[in-house]
Design a protein around this ligand. Structure first.
Ligand SMILES: Cc1ncc(COP(=O)(O)O)c(C=O)c1O
Length: 502
């Protein structure tokens, strides 16, 4: 069936209405004729599209039918439209010189036009420095991507359908409850049991992913010019939020025990926020030691700073005993726990949460409802059921096995290089390994060659704010099939061996 202008694109009739309402002394039939002719010439109406019937146009544009017919007849006579008896009136197949931007169909790809830096705010320009790795990437070795092929979509869709169907009318309105109570309760049970987080369901605020949580934290707890400590190397998603909020982002080195707080700048400005990934440091993969955790809590207390505990992928531990969250270590600690469903389910879901100390709960709820608006309550209700019925823990268990196997496959593929001195991170947890390299030149060469192979290699040096960073590669293995991992891993081993002359 031909596309119909006006049935699936009522905007055309509306746009004609606007055109006709514009100030002009020309008769209505002339104005309608000119508008349609111009749109056809510009490619806004394309050949083969069916025009709404003259009756409908007359009715919706409040014109006499004869006025509409006069305009259409003229366009038919000039070859812009053609009448097909019994089928309707169609845009004729005539070739016109259309400019790309007029038609909107062949506009140049984004990025080819530039905006002068002067047109962006200085924060905007700074933010772009954190956006180097924003492209959508799949397969080996895109970091942070879960096994999307293993997500139980049929079951999930059934739950979604059911909850969409049963959406209470009040959920269609603006919300400010901090999220669906059933989800906050299910999460609270899960966090208390599996992560030793100290919380009540009321303390949980559901947000659209950890990223929105960082945004909110930055807005609510710091002012422009305030200092935030971040891990070096670290997660540039959180750093981007802090930078965009106008913070002074101070990298603090990470060693084998996590953020090395004793190496943070002494004296001078106190941090307002300290962002850490203690369970599984991103990207180095180390776990913060107990001594460091206690030192960090003490430092935060001393500076009256808030620790932002980013617990993004702690569900995936292999062999090691689960490590309790920093948030639960000491009663009344100055910690805000940030969780996400991006790794454990899928990133496009855009659901995450904050566990807030009680005094911050209502201010954050109100600010979030004002700044970002709550919503997606049916989706949240479906997720609550997904957790309550045990599908969530089953999925985590399955993914743990899957990722363990995928990591083993990667290690096997890289074994020839490892035998000759390539060093890999321990991989006791998470969804990626780090391969440490000796020099930045090797890192650069491998990253460039991988592009030709359609393999994503993330340079470790890019995770450092102070350049030059340590050279290496962040190898995400969770989101790629075993055969892809095998192929990409063998390729990498071969290239590394060739480059190192081993
Ligand atoms: C360290 C870290 N924290 C948090 C996230 C999750 O962010 P979000 O919930 O916004 O998808 C990621 C995702 O890559 C991450 O690597």
């Amino acid at each position: 069936m031909e596309p119909v202008i006006g049935d699936d694109a009522d905007w055309t009739t509306e746009a004609l209405g606007i055109e006709l309402a514009s100030l002009s002394s020309a008769p209505l039939a002339q104005r309608l004729y000119r508008a349609l002719r111009t749109w056809i010439q510009e490619g806004r109406l394309v050949s083969g599209q069916r025009l709404p019937s003259s009756r409908r146009l007359a009715q919706e544009l409040s014109l006499g039918r004869n006025t509409v017919l006069a305009a259409i007849d003229q366009l038919i006579a000039e070859g812009f439209l053609e009448s097909r008896p019994g089928a309707g009136t169609f845009i004729a197949d005539v070739a016109f010189e259309t400019t790309a931007s007029q038609s909107g169909k062949t506009s140049p790809p984004l990025g080819q036009t530039t905006v002068g830096e002067a047109e962006l705010s200085s924060r905007g320009v700074q933010l772009l420095e954190f956006c180097a790795t924003l492209d959508n990437r799949f397969g080996a070795f895109a970091p942070g991507v879960p096994a999307l092929d293993r997500f139980p979509f049929e079951l999930w869709q059934r739950l979604l359908r059911r909850h969409l169907h049963a959406t209470p009318t009040q959920w269609l309105d603006y919300q400010a409850q901090g999220g669906v109570p059933a989800l906050r309760e299910a999460l609270c049970d899960y966090l208390r049991l599996s992560r030793s987080v100290r919380c009540r369901p009321e303390q949980i605020l559901i947000v659209q992913g950890a990223q929105q949580g960082f945004e909110l934290l930055a807005r609510m707890l710091g002012d422009v010019g305030d200092r935030v400590w971040v891990e070096e190397p670290g997660y540039n998603g959180a750093q981007a939020c802090f930078s965009a909020a106008g913070f002074d982002v101070e990298p603090v080195p990470v060693d084998a025990e996590g953020m090395s707080v004793e190496r943070a700048p002494v004296g001078g400005v106190s941090p307002r926020l300290i962002h850490v990934t203690p369970s599984h440091q991103y990207p180095s993969g180390v776990t913060m030691s107990l001594a460091r955790r206690l030192a960090l809590l003490e430092v935060a207390e001393h500076h009256r700073a808030w620790i932002v505990e980013d617990d993004y992928d702690s569900e995936f531990r292999y062999g090691q005993r689960p490590i309790a969250a920093l948030q639960g270590l000491v009663d009344g600690a100055r910690v805000i726990y940030v969780g996400t469903f991006s790794k454990v389910l899928y990133p496009g879901l855009r659901l995450g949460y904050l566990v807030l100390p009680e005094p911050l709960v209502l201010p954050f709820r109100r600010a979030n409802a004002r700044l970002h608006r709550e919503g997606q309550y049916s989706l949240q209700a479906a997720l609550a059921e997904f957790i309550a019925q045990g599908h969530f823990s089953r999925h985590v268990r399955r993914m743990r096995d899957c990722y363990r196997q995928r990591q083993a496959r990667l290690r096997k593929a890289l074994a020839p290089a490892v035998a000759r001195g390539l060093t890999l991170s321990e991989g006791q947890a998470g969804m990626h390994l780090v391969a440490w390299l000796d020099d930045l030149e090797t890192e650069r060469t491998l990253v460039a060659r991988a592009v030709e192979q359609d393999i994503t290699l993330s340079p470790l040096s890019r995770y450092y704010l102070r350049q030059p960073g340590r050279p290496g590669l962040v190898l995400g293995y969770a989101g790629a099939r075993e055969d892809e991992i095998e192929r990409a891993g063998s390729w990498l081993a071969g290239e590394w061996l060739a480059l190192s002359g081993a």
